[in-house]
Design a protein around this ligand. Structure first.
Ligand code: UDP
Length: 305
């Protein structure tokens, strides 16, 4: 099938493109390389360097005649969204509308894209499930929550089928290329380079870490199954930052220089997402345990110092 992937040079997008190519699809990648890397783009994919806000986007996509669009291009950093809410809104909402209009114009079967656990804000009833009403605490969380409503409205008004995935904390190779990345890739990169790491807070805060290949699998299942709507994609397992460091000590077989600093402003203490809906509706399950995922991530950063 012809499949268009915006943001296909980015962290999750490039892994998804690799899988789609592996599965025999013809893939068009559209990416402005603002945080993506051309080297991450599978050489068997067609590549067009373009911003999702470009007025030519719809004609470029329609010319390719995609059956599906994965919209992975986004401003993904909470800190950027707080320092520059206008940029965040421009990319994540004006860009989104451009992509949605293209999807409707081309008559794609479905549009699939990420939302984020950030839409839940600081709700403390864990695990978080899709029925809970989130109150985002960042501009990024707000643009993602608004994204979900745009998708619902485009579905109801224009018949656009969609899946929107609320990912927990995704990690893996290639993360953090054009920006912060998450704690695991930050640590893996530092440890692979023999550099110290900093823990913000006491390290007992927990997150629900999911390996990027499991997230890709969720996207493939969303493509193959006749489902529309919003889904948490997660492990539903809580791991503390201190436990991640202990795992890295074993994996790297080295002493790690750890210092503890003040908690980051706006950080939440615990986050974990229920994934029952995805299990029930399209048999989603994770295959990577934390140790395997951390090992693969560490090996990647060691090989790409
Ligand atoms: N964190 C840390 N050291 C770092 C980066 C992050 O201790 O170098 C902590 C951070 O303060 C937070 C947790 O790790 O409590 C997860 O941070 P991340 O930015 O990966 O995800 P988020 O907070 O957005 O869920």
């Amino acid at each position: 099938m012809n499949i268009c992937v915006t943001g296909g040079a980015g962290f999750i997008g490039s892994h998804l493109v690799d899988r789609l190519i592996h599965d025999g699809h013809t893939v068009l990648v559209i990416d402005n390389l603002s945080s993506g890397n051309k080297e991450f783009v599978n050489p068997k994919a067609q590549f067009i360097e373009m911003d999702i806000r470009d007025s030519n986007l719809s004609s470029i996509i329609c010319e390719f005649k995609p059956e599906y669009i994965f919209h992975e291009a986004a401003q993904t950093e909470v800190s950027v969204s707080m320092n520059n809410p206008k940029l965040d809104c421009d990319v994540n909402l004006m860009g989104l509308i451009n992509v949605l209009n293209a999807a409707v114009t081309c008559g794609v079967k479905k549009l699939l894209m990420p939302s984020s656990a950030a839409i839940y804000g600081d709700l403390d009833t864990l695990p978080l499930d899709e029925s809970m009403v989130g109150i985002p605490t960042s501009c990024y969380g707000l643009t993602k929550l608004t994204t979900e409503h745009y998708l619902r409205i485009y579905h109801e008004a224009f018949g656009l089928n969609y899946i929107c995935y609320r990912y927990s904390n995704v990690y893996g190779p290639r993360q953090g290329n054009g920006g912060e990345g998450g704690v695991i890739s930050t640590f893996a990169k530092a440890i692979a380079n023999g550099l110290p790491i900093t823990v913000y807070g006491d390290g007992d805060q927990t997150r629900d870490f999911i390996y990027v290949d499991d997230v890709v699998e969720a996207n493939i299942l969303g493509l193959e199954n006749n489902v529309t709507g919003i889904y948490n994609i997660s492990t539903n397992i809580a791991s503390s930052i201190n436990s991640i460091i202990n795992e890295f000590k074993c994996i790297s077989n080295s002493k790690i220089d750890v210092s503890y600093a003040c908690e980051r402003i706006g950080d939440i203490r615990h986050s974990r997402l229920d994934n029952k809906k995805a299990q029930q509706d399209f048999s989603f399950k994770t295959t990577f345990n934390l140790r395997d995922g951390l090992y693969k991530t560490y090996e990647y950063f060691k090989a790409n110092k």
